[in-house]
Write a protein that binds this ligand. Structure first.
Ligand code: FAD
Length: 479
């Protein structure tokens, strides 16, 4: 591979090792880069995030049970990987080039309100392209959500949430704060009753109950944690029995679960937020923090790619001047990229959006942005299994130096079960008709996530921090 400085273009020159360009460094992209053999392929990762985040343990970092560094893996630590900290902005499938915009500016500067300069744009060539850009948080266009609510998708989000929780306690403890304002400041609202919202509520309850109640005993009576969901029940992916267990446990722990509640708006009023909730008496509720976790929407890059018509080369060397006009096939429900059983991105004729399907040569999609015929959940399990499947396939193809090597069996998802932490060392786990709840499920939850941690460093650090928290309590320093 070489950089053509004049054109600002990275070009493929190493014919022996196909250049596999991966967009994204999440569960799908990072796991794929790990699986690809550096001796058989040139691994290129393009992502605005220079690290991978182990999302199942992210909620634990919002309350200081775990430190932030225990859930991240820097991409460059993979070694022998060409990394570009950049957004992929456009893809020219005919000439096999991606236009990227560098984003190496200091994230902290962005938070001071100083507008970030747009990054330099340049092109990167590929032999194989894997789109693994995930999905974005869904807000349903509700007023004030993007401005005032907190999402929980990256360590930066976890750091902000931790700071806001601790600041709310400090502010509430000041003698000049009225009891009415204490009640608002210490109301922590979680919107969305899926596993992310529920696990954050559970971790927050642990922090308040185990640590903050001892440090701020006079404030305990003002603290409230509420989960709002528009659906009639929380944790819909679990059977009724486990759902009831979770709801009953939360009731005993004092976590309010308000199902069939519809949030209309969030606005700021002084130091607190005001939530307009349709089903609430009086319609308005004060809160010190709102954590938003209501599902996923299409990534803007995917939205842009599926909206364009593409002219495919009629033959090699045609370079996009002839051939048929197609569109990437998208899933009508999620807006994701339709892929076949081998995770190859599919195309359709623009005039016949539900008609004949073909595959786009050398382009794959995996993880939350990809949709197979068999509907699979948007989870880390699916993303990492797809990454490993595709990585092995691309290694095999590179070894046999031909993409027409024996066609492998299509991707098959193996469900390892679904888990959720419920606080106070209790969890639930379901695999088919098998159910586990309470302490045994919590032990399984911890063991599973410890063994799934990517690096040896984090496999050591995670239990060390669990032990430190157990002995000394959670870290409540604010910086
Ligand atoms: P992501 O992990 O979201 O990664 C997308 C990557 O693409 C990111 O690196 C992003 O920066 C990058 N990107 C975005 N746009 C561009 C662009 N234009 N160009 C280049 N790069 C781009 N699943 C489970 O199975 N079990 C769990 O316990 C679990 N817990 C979770 C807890 C939390 C808090 C969250 C948020 C999710 C959880 N999930 C869990 C879901 C799981 O994390 C996702 O399904 C998984 O991350 C999807 O992987 P992905 O690689 O497709 O997307």
């Amino acid at each position: 591979m070489s950089l053509d400085n004049d054109a600002g273009t990275y070009k493929a020159t190493d014919k022996k090792r196909p250049r596999v360009v991966i967009l994204g460094s999440g569960w799908a992209g990072y796991a794929l880069a790990r699986t690809l053999s550096p001796s058989k392929t040139t691994r290129v990762v393009i992502s605005p995030r220079s690290h991978f985040v182990f999302t199942p343990l992210l909620a634990s970092t919002t309350v200081g049970t775990l430190e932030f560094r225990t859930v991240v893996e820097p991409v460059r630590r993979l070694g022998n990987v060409e990394f570009h900290q950049a957004w992929a902005c456009e893809v020219d499938f005919a000439s096999k080039k991606i236009v990227v915009e560098a984003c190496t500016q200091d994230e902290a500067a962005a938070k001071t309100g100083i507008p970030l300069e747009p990054g330099e744009r340049y092109e990167i060539g590929y032999d194989k392209l894997v789109i693994a850009v995930g999905a974005w948080s869904q807000t349903f266009g509700i007023e004030g959500v993007r401005e005032h609510a907190n999402f929980l998708r990256d360590v930066g989000d976890a750091r902000t949430i931790r700071l806001k929780v601790l600041q709310a306690f400090e502010k509430a403890s000041q003698p000049t704060t009225s009891d009415a304002d204490r009640k608002k400041l210490l109301h922590f609202a979680i919107v969305g009753g899926g596993p992310t919202g529920v696990e954050f509520a559970a971790e927050l309850h642990d922090l308040v109950h185990d640590d903050l109640a001892k440090l701020y005993p006079e404030l305990a009576k003002f603290v409230a944690i509420t989960i709002y969901d528009i659906a009639p029940k929380v944790l819909p992916m679990f059977d009724q029995n486990l759902g009831n267990y979770a709801t009953e446990l939360f009731r005993r722990e004092g976590i309010n679960v308000k199902t069939e509640h519809h949030l209309n708006r969030i606005r700021k009023e002084g130091d607190t937020l005001v939530l307009s909730v349709k089903e609430e008496a009086g319609g308005e509720v004060g809160a010190g923090l709102v954590v938003w976790s209501t599902g996923l929407m299409q990534n803007p890059l995917v939205k842009q790619l599926v909206s364009k018509e593409l002219r495919m080369p009629a033959s090699s060397g045609d370079n996009g001047k002839g051939g048929s006009v197609v569109r990437l096939a998208k899933d009508d429900k999620t807006g994701g990229l339709h892929v076949d059983g081998h995770l190859r991105v599919q195309t359709r004729q623009p005039s016949d959006p539900s008609g004949v399907v073909e595959v786009l040569p050398d382009v794959y999609a995996i993880g939350d942005c990809a949709v197979l015929d068999e509907a699979l959940p948007a989870t880390a399990q699916v993303a990492s299994q797809q990454a490993i499947y595709l990585g092995k396939q691309l290694n095999r193809e590179a070894k046999e130096a031909s993409s027409s090597a024996a066609t492998p069996a299509p991707f098959k998802f193996r469900n390892w079960g679904t888990m959720a932490y419920l606080g106070s060392w209790r969890a639930i786990h379901q695999k088919g008709s098998q159910e586990l709840k309470g302490r045994a499920a919590w032990l399984l939850w911890r063991t599973a996530y410890l063994t799934k941690s990517m690096s040896v460093r984090n496999k050591i650090m995670v239990p060390v921090y669990w032990l430190i928290t157990w002995i000394f309590g959670r870290d409540i320093s604010r910086f």
